[in-house]
Design a protein around this ligand. Structure first.
Ligand code: ADP
Length: 201
């Protein structure tokens, strides 16, 4: 399965991703984490990305897309993965779709974590990461609205989108995510049973 988790900064995307990869025993691809690793090792990519991240801007698509393409080549991603923080714009979604097409794969499910802006600002100010100042937080929320929100419509039109209420405790939210994922598993095993030839081909 290839699952994409989309949510504004502070929506609990990182926490829920961790829970979900443990539950599904799948690989995790977080572009935010990859960038933080590059920044701390002071790689050329890290230096380039840092200027954008510290301003609350998105790192340019070609930089992110090639980092993701390279990462996906690792064997641990062969059986699927959970994307966390990627794609973050419609052009990135198109780049991902092309990449997966080449491997005869496609996105299975897109999960949106829905949380109101007022709750997000409160949560982000409490977590004290280097790029979490009030100014960058506000800007990241604007960037989310302008560049990432259109992705929801993109995946909705393709019948991939499921929206989950991101408010409440970590367990509450994860319970809702589990319900969606379990339903998907049931649906796919039922369609295999009713059409077993798709497996043997
Ligand atoms: P958050 O979801 O809290 O914004 P992330 O850890 O996902 O945090 O990302 C941190 C920063 O890394 C983003 O604000 C952005 O600058 C950059 N970044 C991460 N993923 C992408 C991406 N897919 N495209 C462009 N920039 C990205």
């Amino acid at each position: 399965m290839i699952i994409i988790l989309i949510g504004p900064p502070g929506s609990g995307k990182g926490t829920q991703s961790q829970r979900l990869i443990d539950y599904l025993e799948t690989a995790h691809l977080s572009t935010g984490e990859l960038f933080r690793e590059h920044i701390s090792s002071e790689s050329a990519l890290g230096c380039e990305a840092k200027q954008f991240i510290s301003r609350g801007e998105l790192v340019p698509d070609h930089v992110v897309d090639s980092m993701v393409a390279q990462t996906l080549e690792q064997p641990r991603f062969a059986d699927g993965c959970l994307f966390d923080g990627y794609p973050r714009s419609v052009p990135q979604a198109e780049a991902l779709s092309q990449l997966l097409n080449l491997q005869q794969r496609e996105v299975t499910l897109v999960l949106e974590l829905d949380v109101p802006d007022s709750v997000l600002v409160e949560r982000l100010l409490a977590r004290q990461r280097a790029d979490d100042t009030l100014e960058t937080i506000k800007h990241r929320l604007e960037v989310y609205g302008a560049q990432t929100r259109p992705l929801l419509e993109y995946y909705k039109q393709r019948g991939k989108l499921e929206t989950v209420d991101g408010q409440g405790s970590v367990d509450d939210v994860f319970g809702r995510i589990q319900a969606v994922v379990n339903q998907l598993k049931t649906d796919s095993s039922e369609s295999e049973e009713s059409n077993p030839s798709t497996c043997s081909n």
